[in-house]
Design a protein around this ligand. Structure first.
Ligand code: RBF
Ligand code: MG
Length: 190
């Protein structure tokens, strides 16, 4: 049987198979949410949770730079540190179960050097498609990567970057709701 693919939207789009194909699914295990450059929320309106690339398991290091999609699940980090509401690092103390913050949530990821910003080192960042009421630096996140959307690009304007990320998000949502991908939630649900 030949492999079937979802339709592509842009020239740069990779063909996404109707079911995940190796090396996917790739599960990260719980990773600490570190501080990024702060541009995600401030400049793009697309806040991302960054993790340390070197801490990720093997399969992640071989991934091409670009945009990916999958699911992720957050959990607060157990700590004896006293946390006040003004602390930047709250270790996920204010994640709310009732708001669905601890559910398996759809994500898009950027693995890259962000040529638009000229980073020197590779970053791995996750945009979680969910409305949080608080930030969660220092919490832990388990990421399940399910497919490659497109390679990393440079842009001439921040608007062009934002509109491509928005299309990445649309593509991810469309594919993740199909049973073949939705079923992968269980890989990180407990
Ligand atoms: N930055 C780039 O310079 N080029 C890209 O192609 C690119 N793709 C992205 C795709 C997704 C799904 C996300 C969440 C981010 C992407 N970014 C890209 C990274 C963006 O520059 C970064 O999130 C901000 O600089 C905040 O660190
Ligand atoms: Mg970030």
């Amino acid at each position: 049987m030949p492999i079937e693919y979802h339709e592509t939207r842009r020239d740069v789009d990779e063909r996404i198979p109707v079911s995940p194909i190796a090396p996917f699914p790739l599960v990260s295990g719980f990773q600490e949410v570190i501080a990024g450059f702060g541009r995600g929320s401030a400049e793009l309106g697309i806040p991302t949770a960054n993790v340390t690339p070197e801490q990720l398991p093997n399969g992640f290091h071989e991934l091409e730079l670009g945009a990916y999609f999958g699911f992720a699940r957050l959990r607060p980090k157990v700590t004896s540190t006293q946390i006040t509401p003004d602390d930047k690092f709250n270790y996920g103390k204010y994640l709310e179960k009732e708001n669905g913050d601890l559910d398996v949530l759809p994500v898009v990821l950027s693995i890259g050097l962000n040529p638009f910003y000229g980073n020197k080192h590779k970053t791995v960042e996750v945009y979680v498609m969910h409305e949080f009421h608080h930030s969660f630096y220092g919490a832990e996140i388990n990421i399940c990567v399910l497919g490659f959307i497109r390679r990393e690009l440079n842009y001439t304007s921040v608007e062009a970057l934002i509109s491509d990320i928005q299309l990445d998000i649309e593509i991810a949502n469309e594919v993740l709701k199909t049973p073949e991908y939705d079923d992968c939630r269980k890989l990180i649900s407990i």
